[in-house]
Design a protein around this ligand. Structure first.
Ligand SMILES: *Cc1c(COP(=O)(O)O)cnc(C)c1O
Length: 405
């Protein structure tokens, strides 16, 4: 309120308790200029950038929608019992994902650790306290297909289990024994494995072995949120902060009721367990729920059309530079959204992909892209509306500059 308006307001305002009783504070507060908001990113000199790369942890992955940030801000003002929050949100998430139960974890990695822990310990608190020393457990092995035995398996070995690597269905049948606690499936590399989902689950069911699937970055499509539970996997682990755009430090563990209950024994607020450091507070749990709810209810076809339009803006601009070609692909499983690969004839555009990437990073605004060997990879799904125009212009500028040398 401007000073003149304030005076006018005071002259007509009813002389009532609140304003007059406290007198000055009311006037002082109303007349004080709005305090400048603290901008800590600027204060610390941190570089912000347009994310044309995708949901990479190192780039802080995704931005939360306003509803999610509002949920975080509002819930931050109240005390609630953390187990009550997990119970209520777990019920809602389970219903969305066709599962018996669910919990919010500190990312998909944490879901992998806690899910495996739950399988190993069940409701036995003595076992919970022993992890990661599983030497005394009857069942302490997890079967993994050879092509699935990559870095993410470290999340499982954190619990103390020993991975048993198999390649074919026959090998799998032979490997199953009294020490087999669980069977692990990494969805992103499914086509490279010899055993596909249905057969994997069927063999597990035949031997009564629980199965866990990692589909961290494999949403979209939205149906994947329930597809693997419907298929018979006992536990599914998902990142919250990738395409779902929940808090970056949140994830989902969904599946069988008894296994989720067991997993929670290894998670905060309980201590004396392997998961005590994987804390998610009410803000993240509630924020994750709101993000998921928004995601499943959004218009996915419209979003696809928006991505296609952003792709067209960028490809049309850069193709104007002689010698530049573009290819648009959609990764079949993880990060299943359009990716543009921009490449060029280096006798015409005299710069390496790395040099152009660096020029985009160093520009204003700074832009992050991926690739760099044979071309530049641009993923549009983390662009804010309108940023595609800036990416298109900057990339065209840098390519044209290198073409003019
Ligand atoms: C990203 C990813 C993870 C880790 O997920 P966070 O949510 O970052 O903990 C695990 N597995 C796969 C396949 C992933 O892509």
């Amino acid at each position: 309120m401007k000073r003149r308006d304030l005076i006018k307001y005071l002259s007509v305002a009813p002389i009532a308790g609140a304003a007059v009783g406290t007198g000055m504070p009311f006037v002082a507060e109303a007349a004080a200029p709005a305090k400048a908001k603290r901008d800590v990113i600027k204060e610390l000199g941190l570089r912000t950038f347009i994310n044309a790369a995708g949901t990479y942890t190192t780039m802080t992955a995704s931005l939360m929608h306003e509803e999610v940030v509002d949920t975080i801000n509002e819930s931050a003002k109240h005390f609630v019992m953390i187990n009550d929050v997990q119970d209520k949100v777990g019920e809602k998430i389970a219903a969305i994902c066709h599962a018996e139960s669910a919990m919010v974890t500190a990312g998909c990695w944490s879901a992998l650790v806690l899910g495996t822990a739950g399988v190993l310990t069940r409701m036995d608190r003595k076992k919970v306290a022993l992890l990661p020393d599983v030497s005394s457990f009857d069942k302490n092995e997890v079967i993994v297909q050879k092509s699935h035995n990559v870095g993410y398996v470290h999340a499982l070995t954190n619990t103390g289990i020993k991975p048993v690597v198999v390649e074919t269905a026959e090998e799998l049948e032979r490997a199953i024994g009294p020490k087999t606690a669980m069977m692990y499936f990494l969805n992103a590399v499914a086509p490279e494995g010899k055993i596909q989902h249905q057969e994997f689950v069927a063999i597990a069911k035949k031997h009564n072995i629980p199965t866990l699937i990692d589909i961290a970055a494999d949403i979209p499509p939205v149906e994947n949120l329930w597809k693997y539970t419907d298929m018979g996997f006992d536990l599914t682990c998902i990142s919250g902060g990738k395409a779902i755009r929940g808090p970056q430090s949140a994830g989902l563990l969904i599946g069988k009721k008894d296994l989720i209950a067991a997993a929670r024994l290894s998670a905060p607020p309980s201590g004396g367990n392997i998961g005590r450091g994987m804390k998610v507070n009410k803000e993240e749990i509630l924020g994750m729920y709101v993000a998921l709810d928004k995601y499943v209810n959004q218009d996915h076809e419209k979003e696809q059309r928006e991505w296609d339009a952003q792709v067209a803006t960028i490809t049309n601009a850069v193709k104007k530079v002689d010698g530049v070609t573009t290819a648009v692909t959609v990764p079949p499983i993880a990060n299943h959204t359009p990716k543009i690969t921009v490449s060029w004839d280096q006798t015409k555009v005299k710069a390496t992909p790395r040099a152009i990437m660096k020029a985009l990073q160093d520009g204003n605004p700074s832009i992050e892209t991926m690739g760099g060997r044979d071309g530049i990879d641009i993923t549009v799904f983390m662009l804010k509306p309108g940023e595609e125009k800036i990416v298109a212009k900057r990339l065209q500028e840098e390519l044209a500059k290198a073409a003019a040398v």
